[in-house]
Design a protein around this ligand. Structure first.
Ligand code: C2E
Ligand code: CA
Ligand code: CA
Ligand code: CA
Length: 277
């Protein structure tokens, strides 16, 4: 009945309830949001576990909806992936991320920026050239950008992405296999695609220190990534125990609420100034 009240809009909503309530947005509305700049990039730090140094930021897009408030990506990325909108969305997120990375560099922080791309982006054969132009425009070297690749549920075409990923890698752009261990994000992809980073999914990371199965999965993933010459990252580091376990497992980078939530760009300079382990 609490749910009914909330659905009727009669109650001040807690963030959890607001997130549970799913509003269906139309393709047309999302297209307008992209064109009107209603999508905003937030950034979550990735930190070196051994030294505590900030290595970079992951871009997490939010929709600043004029009536509905801040909408999280799980409520509109699937819609974008089902239509061709994902192309416009990714390109606009990427351009904005490189702009912010430019600012950090100008402030004396040459940090890598990571952008999520879905496999559906990687069927456009001109995507590598688009990325290269965007890097040139922002004056950022290829090594300053990392693309975190996640599987979409649809995957219309399985071969084109392999070629696009190979071309991106040849341009020395970093490629991360995101959510490693879930869905199709797994061994066959490691065989076929020249990833430079492996990101262990948060479903395995948080609480692994007190769960033997999770611990085995995380440790095996990290060992394999190292043997393949990849950088290792764990997401979903929520507390001190998670941090200590990963550090002792030799994982290189950590990301998660223990370090910081994703922050709006205007808060990044203060966060960088205040950060210490
Ligand atoms: P992801 O790439 O796996 O991103 C990590 C998600 O985990 C983010 O959710 C982040 O806010 C959340 N998170 C961060 N630290 C913690 C933690 O310590 N504990 C827990 N439980 N969660 C944590 P968010 O921002 O809601 O994004 C959800 C997904 O939406 C992302 O998952 C990514 O797949 C997708 N996404 C976000 N931005 C973009 C984008 O620009 N393009 C595309 N294609 N997908 C995006
Ligand atoms: Ca990601
Ligand atoms: Ca992930
Ligand atoms: Ca994910």
């Amino acid at each position: 009945d609490r749910l009914k009240e909330v659905l009727a809009g009669g109650v001040a909503q807690s963030p959890a309830l607001a997130r549970a309530e799913r509003k269906i947005y139309s393709e047309e509305r999302l297209r307008r949001a992209i064109a009107d700049g209603e999508l905003v990039n937030h950034y979550q730090p990735k930190v070196d576990l051994a030294s505590g140094a900030v290595a970079g930021f992951e871009t997490l897009v939010r929709w600043r909806h004029p009536e509905d408030g801040l909408i999280f990506p799980d409520q509109f990325i699937p819609l974008a992936e089902e239509s061709s909108l994902i192309n416009d969305l990714t390109r606009s997120v990427l351009r904005a991320a490189l702009c912010h990375a430019r600012k950090w560099r100008d402030d004396g922080f040459p940090l890598q920026v990571a952008v999520n791309v879905s496999m559906d982006n990687l069927v456009s054969l001109d995507f590598p050239d688009f990325v290269e132009c965007a890097l040139d425009e922002a004056g950022i070297p290829a090594s300053g950008l990392l693309l975190e690749v996640t599987e979409s549920r649809l995957m219309k075409n399985r071969l084109a992405p392999l070629e696009v990923l190979a071309r991106l890698r040849l341009k020395r752009i970093g490629l991360s296999i995101d959510d490693f261990g879930t869905g199709h994000s797994s061994l066959a992809q490691l065989r076929d695609i020249p990833f430079s980073e492996l990101k262990v999914d948060r479903g395995f990371v948080h609480g692994a220190w007190r769960n033997a199965s999770l611990r085995a999965i995380v440790e095996a993933s990290l060992r394999m990534a190292r043997q393949l010459g990849m950088k290792t990252v764990a997401e979903g580091v929520e507390d001190r125990e998670d941090w200590d376990f990963l550090r002792n497992s030799g994982c290189e980078l950590a990301q998660g609420w223990f370090i910081s939530k994703a922050l709006p760009p205007e808060q990044i300079p203060d966060w960088l100034a205040a950060w210490e382990v």
